[in-house]
Write a protein of this length. Structure first.
Length: 308
């Protein structure tokens, strides 16, 4: 599968530029006669980062592979997953060991690059995971989802930045879900509070206005800061059943993209990238404990709705 080949290439290369990755992914897709939309490479990188395989620096256009780890899934009945780099020698060591694994895939769109398969490792005791990690040259990381969620800081942008240039292409976010931007004038002295974007060297940069202050932002934190200012909620959590309310489904509207760490905390609850509900235009994360869902929502300035 293309997704697994790309992860192997990332693992062996170690780091590189996003532009180079896009070119290689497009070439590989053509060898399989796949006609992929332009955004598919960026979505694959985002999903792969959420799965804990790599880190992405969108601002500087670079990526780097993450070290291999075995991490427990929360409230999953003795299931862990392998995250991080998948160098061929580690996969050979895994195949040669007596570690029982399951390679699982979630069906996706034919017009998207499939995510790497999820390598599931059932276990009886924590010591089993520690021994498995040592045998293949990985690290046992505990429950990464819970640890990441416990450390999530508030995401409101606070770093002051310069106001927009008078002659720039400049727009204001008018609607969050779905996102809708409208033209604005950087020369207007009475611009209202809100999230704005300015095109610089062909790329959008996001800035938040609060009173007379401008703050630097990225799209995710900027959108959630604006949602908090407006008092809008785009996050819901639905328990798996009336009798089992410990874990459930975390749902967020498409127009509000989650920051990378928040997405990773949710993805590592199941080991799979989010599903997308086309009719409701939502991203759906499975097997998310209520306390993790609450921590993620609180960090984003959201009041999480509980569905029945």
């Amino acid at each position: 599968m293309i997704g697994d080949l790309l992860l192997t290439w990332l693992s062996e290369s170690g780091s590189g530029t996003i532009a180079d990755f896009r070119a290689r992914a497009a070439w590989l897709a053509r060898t399989e006669n796949l006609d992929l939309p332009e955004h598919s490479t960026g979505r694959w990188l985002r999903d792969t980062a959420s799965l804990g395989h790599c880190e992405i620096d969108w601002k500087h256009g670079r990526w780097s592979v993450a070290p291999p780890v075995i991490t427990r899934l929360p409230f999953a009945g003795g299931i862990a997953v392998l995250a991080g780099a998948r160098r061929p020698r580690m996969i050979r060591a895994l195949d040669a060991s007596d570690i029982y694994t399951v390679h699982a895939r979630r069906p996706g769109s034919e017009r998207e690059i499939p995510a790497p398969c999820t390598i599931i490792i059932p276990y009886d005791r924590t010591s089993d995971l520690e021994e498995s990690a040592e045998a293949i040259g990985a690290t046992y990381s505990g429950c990464a989802a819970a640890e990441i969620a416990s450390m999530l800081p508030p995401t409101t942008p606070t770093t002051p930045t310069a106001p927009p240039a008078y002659d720039s292409h400049f727009e204001q976010l008018s609607d969050c879900s779905p996102q809708n931007w409208r033209a604005a004038s950087p020369r207007d002295p009475a611009l209202p509070d809100g999230l704005y974007r300015e095109q610089i060297n062909g790329r959008w940069q996001y800035i938040l206005r609060r009173g007379d202050t401008w703050c630097a932002a990225d799209l995710s934190t900027g959108v959630f800061a604006e949602l908090a200012r407006r008092g809008d909620t785009v996050i819901r959590w639905q328990p798996d059943s009336d009798r089992h309310g410990t874990t459930g489904t975390f749902i967020v509207d498409w127009g509000a993209p989650l920051p990378p760490l928040h997405s990773r905390a949710l993805v590592l609850c199941s080991g799979f990238a989010p599903r997308f509900g086309n009719a409701a235009e939502t991203a759906i994360y499975d097997n998310v404990p209520r306390d993790i869902a609450t921590r993620v929502a609180s960090s984003l300035g959201q009041t999480m709705q509980i569905s029945s």
